[in-house]
Design a binder for this molecule. Structure first.
Ligand code: MTE
Length: 329
């Protein structure tokens, strides 16, 4: 049997060797994510965001009561009462100013301050792969054929913070039915934009596996909870929440809910995804919320609500077991 032997760095051609600044940027990013300091002693402690003692203070200071999006309200919007959440809704100011959007920055409290150069219009969305009706559409033309509603969902990040958010949008299954996947389509892959000219995080951490990608099985994608969001808090999505169109899968950790989608593809094999490619031991493909499965470096038993600081016990499937548990039996 042949054995794969990797050439030593000095034997490899120049172009294959990671330039020092790129290596340092990747290291800086991973350090920000809490990797460089994590070891056995760091296992099962708070995730990076909580480990920073400053976090609560910083968030309070950053959330100005007068932070608004200025986006006009969506007319005749109806809330779908089928989705209950049994917790206080997160205030818009809190949700607007505490985000994960690594294309811009790894600092959650600063995303909203770095997104002005990003323009979500004009925007094209490509539908492709194993599908009867592929195409490239202007996002507004494409969205005209879907009826939007409001759904209040729990939103649980793998880092143990949580929110309760009123999304505006339509079931992903409506989109799937419109584009008609072929019989051999088993997965759906979502791809976000890649534009370091407007996204400082993509420029700084250029060696990360951009563009951000995510995926679902077709059964998950057809579940009634899987939602394509085009708005939040009664208006269209502001940049920091993933304008103009994003995914929302409330029974999974938030990193599955990919923002600012430019491409949707139907595939036969499981697609590679951003976090799973970067750190496969920590971020699985399935990523269902589960208090019994700790993250390798922290417990998932509890969660902290952004805005109020209330702490709750984490619930399997984020409380949506009635909708999705049968998918995994
Ligand atoms: N989508 C893209 N394109 N880039 C990202 O960095 N972060 C994910 C997800 N979608 C992310 C993304 C993570 S880790 C979370 S928790 C949620 O977005 C956060 O969504 P919110 O900022 O709207 O609350």
């Amino acid at each position: 049997m042949s054995q794969l032997i990797l050439p030593k760095a000095w034997q490899r051609p120049e172009k294959e060797i990671t330039p020092e600044n790129v290596f340092n940027n990747r290291r800086h990013f991973l350090k920000l994510m809490g990797f460089a300091t994590a070891g056995i002693a760091g296992a099962l402690v708070a995730p990076p965001a909580f480990a920073k003692g400053m976090e609560a203070k910083l968030t309070q200071w950053m959330i100005g009561d007068n932070q608004t999006t200025g986006l006009p309200p969506i007319a005749n919007l109806k809330r779908n009462p089928d989705y209950t959440y049994r917790r206080a809704m997160t205030k818009e100011n809190a949700a607007l100013t505490y985000n994960n959007f690594y294309e811009f920055t790894a600092e959650k409290e600063l995303v909203w301050r770095t997104i002005d150069a990003f323009k979500p219009r004009p925007w094209e969305i490509a539908i492709g792969g194993l599908v009867e009706k592929p195409g490239v559409y202007d996002v507004d033309d494409f969205l005209k054929s879907f009826n939007v509603e409001e759904r209040v969902y729990r939103h649980r990040c793998v880092e143990t913070w949580a929110m309760v958010v009123p999304w505006v949008g339509f079931p992903l299954s409506d989109l799937i039915q419109k584009v008609q996947p072929k019989n051999n389509a088993k997965y759906i892959k979502f791809t976000s934009f890649d534009d370091p000219a407007v996204a400082p995080g993509q420029k700084r951490y250029r060696d990360l596996p951009w563009p951000y990608t995510e995926g679902l099985t077709m059964a998950e994608a057809m579940n009634e909870l899987a939602f394509i969001s085009t708005g939040i808090y009664g208006h269209s999505l502001p940049n920091q929440h993933g304008a103009p169109i994003r995914l929302v899968t409330p029974w999974k950790y938030g990193f599955k809910s990919i923002k600012s989608i430019v491409k949707i593809e139907f595939t036969e094999t499981r697609p590679a995804t951003f976090w799973n490619t970067l750190i496969p031991k920590e971020y699985g493909f399935e990523a269902n919320v589960n208090p019994d499965v700790p993250h390798p470096r922290w417990s998932q038993r509890r969660e902290k609500m952004i805005g109020t600081g209330d702490v709750f016990a984490t619930v399997k499937y984020n409380g949506y077991g009635d909708f999705v548990a049968e998918l995994y039996e």
